[in-house]
Design a protein around this ligand. Structure first.
Ligand code: HEM
Length: 409
């Protein structure tokens, strides 16, 4: 079940030099080693290979919108990837991992999926998101006044939303959540993670078969039956797992890290409580300010390219340093300030170009409702430990906290 491997759980410390990864005492700011140097610069990876780091906003947008930068990591070797490239001359791809494809292969699979993110389905999901959020905050309150926000709230909320999206039966949700929890658990052994991922692959395969035989009103059933030309079971399984990989760990970390950031900026939190209409703008600013996908978006050049005055050879691995690009002073004034009233402007937290996050609308709904219900239903919410004791995951592709002990009055 190779295609179930999630790059997002990969520890970056094994590949990237420590100074590009470690945040030190300022957990919300980009690692000091990423800051204030050229917009494009070479870095030597721990595996002996070289890559180019892009910290400039405009340069990052160029990489993500120019076809000379390929996302196809199966054909072009990405030096940060543990996976070897496919041998040259390999026949057309049969998988459904379109995040690692270029147009036109990418276009067809992505379009079959965007066709399923309908307004009606999003509206129904939104009311389910609210029910799930309320249910979990109320369970915390009943057991409180103390909880670890990560297992109690941040992880189950997006996991259950994906269950809704894929139409996972209530009876199967405990199994689904347990397997995803182990697959994402940084402290699990590689064997445990591998077993959990293989189990998830088998789970998704069964789900696809079920939706083929007995369609319901969910997105996966829609994909199974409406895609034209039809998708294979392999592609459908990869797409379902892709949605889980892309939408779970990301949203979970955004929820818990945003809460941590707001608790550490009490005046901002007070503003939000006083003015609930500010939440949409605040979510957008948190996405920019926290930029949790740290060094996880990368491309490979298909020919020599000059970028930001730097010459890149063909086959160069280009890594977008999103946290730093989203603080580019050429793009924002006072970029290091968390300001929920900042005028809206495009940012890179959801990427850019043809691969721009397909679930961003859903992610925004989850963050707006997830944070909103939390801060209104738990007055006096605060950290239960000193901020320095909150364990951060700076070595992971997706930044966040491992746990967030909170209490309330
Ligand atoms: C792609 C971020 C939530 C589904 C991406 C990319 C980024 C991103 C940066 C671009 C990757 C690249 O260009 O290589 C985020 C963040 C999220 C989030 C920060 C939460 C706050 C979600 C959710 C879903 C989702 C909830 C769906 C349920 C996808 C998919 C892609 C993607 C399918 C691949 C799109 C493509 O390759 O065309 N996301 N995402 N994401 N995201 Fe999200």
């Amino acid at each position: 079940a190779d295609s179930s491997a999630s790059v997002s759980t990969m520890a970056m410390r094994r590949i990237l030099p420590v100074d590009l990864v470690e945040r030190g005492r300022r957990p919300f700011d980009p690692p000091p080693g990423l800051r204030g140097r050229g917009a494009v610069r070479p870095v030597d990876l721990l595996n002996g290979a070289r890559a180019w780091l892009v910290t400039g906003f405009d340069e990052a947008r160029t990489v993500l919108s120019d076809a000379r930068f390929s996302a196809d990591k199966l054909r072009h070797h990405d030096a940060t990837s543990p996976r070897p490239p496919m041998p040259a001359g390999t026949a057309a791809r049969e998988d459904g991992m379109f995040v690692f494809m270029d147009p036109p292969e990418h276009t067809r699979l992505r379009r079959s999926l965007t066709g399923q993110f309908t307004v009606r389905r999003m509206r129904r999901l939104e009311s389910r998101v609210r029910e799930i959020a309320v249910e979990h905050v109320e369970a915390m309150r009943a057991a409180g006044p103390r909880a670890d926000l990560v297992p109690a709230y941040a992880l189950p909320l997006p996991s259950l939303v994906i269950c809704e999206l894929l139409g996972v039966d209530y009876a199967d949700r405990a199994e689904f959540q347990e397997r995803t929890a182990v697959a994402l658990d940084a402290s699990a052994t590689p064997e445990e993670q591998g077993a959990a991922r293989a189990g998830l692959y088998a789970f998704m395969r069964r789900l696809v078969a079920l939706k083929r035989a007995d369609p319901a009103d969910d997105l996966l059933s829609g994909l199974v039956h409406d895609a034209d030309p039809p998708l294979t079971d392999r592609q459908l399984t990869d797409i379902a797992l892709g949605l889980l990989n892309a939408g779970h760990e990301t949203t979970a970390n955004m929820l818990s890290l945003s809460t941590f950031a707001l608790l550490e900026h009490p005046d901002r939190l007070a503003e939000l409580r006083a003015e609930p209409g500010l939440i949409d703008n605040a979510v957008e600013e948190l996405l920019r300010y926290l930029s949790i996908i740290q060094l996880g978006v990368s491309r490979v050049t298909t020919e020599p390219v000059t970028l930001g005055g730097v010459e890149l050879p063909a086959g160069a691995t280009v890594v977008i340093a999103t946290p730093e690009a989203n603080r580019d002073p050429r793009q924002w004034s006072d970029p290091d300030v968390l300001d929920p009233r900042r005028p809206r402007a495009p940012h890179l937290a959801f990427g850019h170009g043809v691969h721009q996050c397909l679930g961003q609308q859903l992610a925004r709904i989850e963050l707006r409702i997830g944070l909103g219900e939390l801060i209104t239903r738990l007055p006096g919410l605060r950290l239960a430990v000193p901020a320095e004791q909150v364990p951060v995951r700076d070595e992971m592709l997706i930044f966040g906290v491992r746990s967030l002990p909170v209490t309330w009055s």
